[in-house]
Design a protein around this ligand. Sequence first.
Ligand SMILES: [Zn+2]
Length: 452
Amino acid sequence: MDISKPYFNPEIETMERGELDALIEERVRYTVKYAAENSLFYRKWFEKHGIKPGDIKAHEDLQELPVISGKTIRENQPPEMKDFMFKSVGWEDVFTIHETSGTSGTPKSFFLTWEDWERYAEKYARIFRSQGFGPGDRVVICASYGMNVGANTMTLAARQLGMSIIPEGKCTFPLRIIEAYKPTGIVGSVFKLLNLAKRMKAEGLVPEESGINKLVVGGESFADESRNYLSEIWGCPVYNTYGSTEGTMCGECSEITGLHVPEDVVHLDVYDPHLKNFVPDGDCGRIVLSTLLPVGAKAGNLLLNYDTDDTTVVLTRKTCSCGRTHMKIMTPQREAETFWIEGTPFNRVDVERGVFQSGNMDYLTGEYEAFLYGGEDEGETILRVSMECENPDTCDRDLIKENFIRSFLKYKHPLSRAYEDDTFKILFNFTGPRGLELYKIKGRPKRLVDRR
Ligand SMILES: [Zn+2]
C-alpha cells in the first residue's frame, strides 16, 4: 500500500463508472456459472426452472433468479437436509465455519475459504483507509470475535494497513487500556461508546483528551442525532459501517455522506416490498445482495439475490468528493424494526431521533425503550416511550416531551392527524439510572417492542 494515497486499492476504488459496470457484468456471469457448477442449491434450481447459466449476462438478468432469504438457507442445511446445499467448495478448501445469530431457530451456516477471508479483509481495509486510518493507528475492537466474521475481518484488514489492533471484543474493557496504549480509534456501537465515555468521566478521564481521534460504529442503525451526540462527547468524527457474515461490508468515507458499497465484490440491488422489481435510485427499498467473484476465484458460500431484511436508499452512483466511484447508500434500517400505524411506517430509529433531540441530552443518558399497545377504544394505538434520566428529580420533562413529539411527528402527516384526533397517543415515562426494562434482559436489547 502506498501510504501517500488515501486509497487501499486505487485502481478499483476510483475505477471509472463505465469500466466498473463492465467489471461487474463480467463477475455476474462468472459467479452464476460458478454457482451452477459448485452449489448444490443453485445447480438444482437452474435444472428445475430450465435456466441456462449462460442466459444470465448482465446484472438486470439476476431478476430471473429466485430471491432467497435466511429461511431458504436454513431449509437447505442440516437438520432439514443431509448436505449444506449452499456450500460451494470441497471440505479441503473450507478454512473456517461460521454461524449467524439464530434469533429464529437454527443458525445459518457459512463456510469461508482463505480467499474469502482475503476479500473480506480487503473490504474493511478499504473502509478503514477511507476513514483516514493507516500506519501507526492503534484501534480497540469492541466487536465480538465469536462465530461472526466482523471483528476477525477488521483485525486481518489492519495487518494490511500497518495498524495495530487491541482485540478486546467488548466495550467494557479496563480503562487502563486507554491510558497505557493511547489508542487512536475504537470500533463499537453507538450506545456502548456512550457508556464507555460515561465510565471514563466517572473515573476522571476526559474522552476528548484521550487521544482517540476516530470512532467506527456499526451493528445497528441509529439516528443522526445520536451519532452527533456521540461525536460531541468524544470530540472526534464517528464513521458508520454496515457489515454481515453474508459478506456486505459497506462503510462511510471521511465525507460522511452515505456508505460506499464495494461494487466489484458485492452486488447490491434495492427491491420494492414485494421483491418483484428494482426501485429507482433515491427510493427506499429492500436490500438484496449477490456475491461477486473475480473470474477464476472460489467461494465457500455463494449467495445470489439474498434478501437481507434491511432497507436502504441508493443515494448516488456518481464520483464522491473523496475520489471513490463506488455507489453510496443511506444507513440501512432493519425491516423488523419498522412498524405501521394508521398506514404510516415508522422505525425504531425515529424513536431514537426523538430521544436525542438537542436540549434533551442535558437531562437524559440516551438509553431508551418504547412499546406499542392497543388502546381501550377500537383502533386506538399507544406508544409508550421510557427514557433514562441522569436525575429524574431535576429532569425538564415538558421540554423533552415537546422535543420528542415535534421530531417524531415531522414528515408523518397521517400519524400527526391521528395524534390530534387522539387515536394515536404518546405516553412518556422517565426513569432513574438503570430503571429501564431492557436492563433485565440478556443479549442485544430490543428498544421498540410491539405489544399490540
Ligand atoms: Zn467517499
